[in-house]
Design a binder for this molecule. Structure first.
Ligand code: DGL
Length: 267
């Protein structure tokens, strides 16, 4: 079992920010990634649709024989919570590890949360933070324009459009004096530079992909499922839309080439 791959999925490319961290934390592990690029975005869809898509994505990864499934998607993690109880392999979303990291990070007890509309509507991060410490004040904002900006390559820190949208979404939180901000959608770390420039260096950005990679390492370690191969793991990528479009943008998220390891599947 321990030599089987880790399965990671997202609605599109955002989950690759978690894969990038997984490769750093667990370089010996094989990874199978599925990006549902034909049906992205999930964040504006109904709960029933998000749940159905999430189960199909997980079933695809199960068909590849993975030992752990990570929903590297704030939206799925927030809405399809039944995955915790219904999958035959260990599973984690991004909400629990990310909320825990934010509670640890805050000094003034004011935490901001940004995510897709479905994520913010679910109050998933908020509930998880308050379960850990009810004295914390939470500020939430959905940022639906961030996902298409990132998917279309509007990511430079000095891009005027990115700066305007960041200011529009985050001005209230800035005025409220948050000292920590959860990037509750796995697409958002790609524009962390612009967000940080606007909020200032004193505000800690909590990257859901990174925190979830660390959490996944703990799950595998505690269950004796870490690879013992001693060799560098391989990554396979599957997408539901064209591979060409995926290859180009995936490199931005991963910081490395995807090459011939990307394949199309029908979901
Ligand atoms: N990466 C997804 C998330 O973390 C957002 C993209 C979408 O709306 O599908 O929520």
């Amino acid at each position: 079992m321990s030599e089987q791959a880790i399965g990671v999925f997202d609605s599109g490319l955002g989950g690759l920010t978690a894969v990038k961290e997984l490769i750093k934390v667990l370089p010996q592990e094989n990874i199978v990634y599925f990006g549902d690029t034909a049906r992205v975005p999930y964040g504006t869809r109904s709960d029933a649709t998000i749940r159905r898509y999430a189960r199909q994505d997980a079933d695809f990864l199960l068909s590849r024989g993975v030992k752990l499934i990570i929903a590297a998607c704030g939206t799925v993690s927030s809405v399809a919570t039944e995955l915790y109880d219904t999958l035959p392999v260990p599973y984690t979303g991004v909400v629990i590890p990310t909320a825990a990291a934010a509670v640890n990070a805050t000094r003034n007890g004011k935490i901001g949360i940004i995510g897709t509309s479905a994520t913010v509507k679910s109050c998933s991060y908020k509930k998880e933070i308050l379960r850990r410490d009810e004295r914390i004040t939470v500020y939430q904002q959905d940022c639906p324009l961030f996902v298409p900006l990132v998917e279309n390559g509007f990511i430079a820190d000095d891009d005027k459009i990115v700066q305007l949208v960041v200011e529009r979404y985050l001005s209230d939180m800035k005025a409220a004096g948050i000292d920590s901000l959860i990037l509750g959608c796995t697409h958002f770390p790609i524009i962390a530079g612009a967000i940080s420039n606007y909020l200032g260096r004193d505000v800690t950005l909590i990257d859901s992909g990174k925190e979830t990679a660390l959490y996944a390492a703990n799950i595998l370690g505690s269950r004796g499922l870490l690879s013992q191969s001693g060799t560098v793991g391989e990554c396979e990528y599957f997408v539901s839309d064209t591979v060409e479009g995926f290859r180009r943008t995936a490199e931005i998220f991963l910081g490395r080439e995807v090459g011939e390891n990307a394949r199309h599947i029908e979901i």
